[in-house]
Design a protein around this ligand. Structure first.
Ligand code: FES
Length: 146
């Protein structure tokens, strides 16, 4: 009799504790994570879609350098002060996205091809064809894809 009572008590306490712990986790963590994810991705997508206009601020593009916009497949450069250019960001060698711009050269990290930040021409192989130029419009401090 004594044995049975003790076991029942222990089981009861354990079971209740477990249930409370589980429901507490599910309610708070689960809900918060789900809604944060939804808000984040929806906000990001709609901003990018609506933004279709502005690609960057002129201040984002360093002189002699540039910036790669992978999502838009564009690399924007500033070969001379106040002069902005844009090219396809897909390397003409084997299609890697170009990685960076420095010293007026657009560099592909895959096999080391380099392209002029002025006109997209190849300055160093193995790529043989230039990066296609893309049209942009600079209005004030805002750069948009034309
Ligand atoms: S894909 Fe760019 S150098 Fe090969």
């Amino acid at each position: 009799m004594t044995d049975t009572t003790r076991r029942a008590v222990i089981f009861g306490a354990g079971g209740a504790g477990l249930a409370v712990a589980l429901s507490a986790c599910g309610a708070s963590d689960g809900d918060m994570t789900a809604s944060a994810d939804q808000d984040g991705s929806q906000g990001g997508q709609s901003q990018a879609a609506q933004g279709g206009g502005e690609l960057a601020k002129t201040s984002d593009i360093p002189e002699g350098g540039g910036k790669v916009f992978k999502d838009q497949d564009v690399v924007v450069t500033q070969p001379a002060a106040g002069e902005f250019k844009a090219f396809s960001a897909t390397c003409t060698h084997q299609g890697c996205p170009v990685g960076s711009v420095s010293n007026n050269e657009i560099v592909c990290p895959c096999h080391g091809s380099r392209f002029s930040a002025k006109d997209g021409s190849v300055t160093n192989g193995p790529a043989a064809r230039p990066l296609a130029e893309k049209k942009i419009t600079v209005s004030g401090d805002s750069i948009t894809l034309a």
